[in-house]
Design a binder for this molecule. Structure first.
Ligand code: APR
Length: 241
């Protein structure tokens, strides 16, 4: 048994686009309508915490209305069929993978969690972030922020992710432009370590040329057949499904 998952899957906003959560850099993407320096940096939060809370409260409201799509369900099925062999690393802060029954490492944090900027305590929270609410741990008010990784902050779970990239036999990049690091470098890292790497995306990305294989189309359409194929490949692996 390899010491780690056989298949590492990296997902991005494209996985949840068909659930109505939009993406960041496409036409009408979030970063075409909001300045990320104002709403997704510690400096922006220090400058204008209400602007930042309003931005994330609107995203929480959107996520409360959203439902998983066939792409999320396909990945959950692959994990169920091949227990212990499939690690999902997501850049997404939504909980649609979990609602579909999958497990994922949220390297950019989670939208439905609130962190206290004073004591770093984290709690589950689907409601609105407010300046008035006192932190249940330290009692301070005014420190409520989403438990997400802002630009300039360190992504989560990096030691587990790095170890898995060194040992996986397959790597897949799904619904991400590869524009943000360190996630944008995971495919090349896995390839250097000997993995076969595939990109599943609506269109070509900044890193498409490094992949052994690229599959184009909406995630909800291209993932179910790809999952069937991967179940076959993983079942044929010495460790089987
Ligand atoms: N199916 C498959 N792919 C899709 C779909 C879809 N239905 N819709 C869009 N895409 C693809 C786009 O072609 C694009 O390449 O998803 C990608 C989304 O790219 P970005 O908007 O850059 O989002 P992402 O790659 O997740 O961004 C990475 O940047 O802003 C930060 O922290 C944020 O996690 C995010 C990170």
């Amino acid at each position: 048994m390899t010491d780690g998952p056989d298949l590492v899957i990296l997902t991005g906003a494209g996985l949840s686009a068909e659930s109505g959560l939009g993406t960041f850099r496409e036409k009408d993407g979030l970063w075409t309508r909001h300045d990320l320096n104002d709403v997704a940096t510690p400096e922006g939060f220090a400058r204008d915490p209400e602007l930042v809370r309003d931005f994330y409260n609107a995203r929480r409201a959107n996520l409360r209305e959203a439902e998983p799509n066939d792409a999320h369900r396909a990945l959950a099925r692959l994990q169920r069929t091949c227990p212990g062999q499939v690690m999902i690393v997501t850049q997404n802060v939504d909980d649609l993978l979990e609602r579909a029954g999958a497990e994922a490492l949220h390297m950019h944090g989670e939208l439905f969690k609130t962190r206290c900027a004073f004591c770093e305590a984290v709690r589950a929270d689907k409601g609105d972030l407010t300046a008035a609410e006192a932190c249940p741990s330290c009692g301070e008010a005014g420190g409520a922020r989403p438990d997400v990784v802002w630009f300039g902050e360190i992504p989560m779970f990096m030691p587990q992710i790095e170890a898995a990239l060194e040992h996986c036999r397959f790597f897949a990049s799904i619904g991400t432009s590869g524009a943000v690091w360190p996630a944008g470098g995971f495919a090349a890292q896995a390839r250097r370590a000997g993995a076969r790497i595939v990109e599943l995306n609506l269109e070509a990305t900044e890193i498409s040329e490094i992949f052994h294989e690229t599959i184009r189309g909406p995630a909800s359409e291209i993932l179910p057949p790809w999952v069937e194929e991967m179940e076959g490949r993983l079942a044929r692996s010495p460790w089987g499904c």
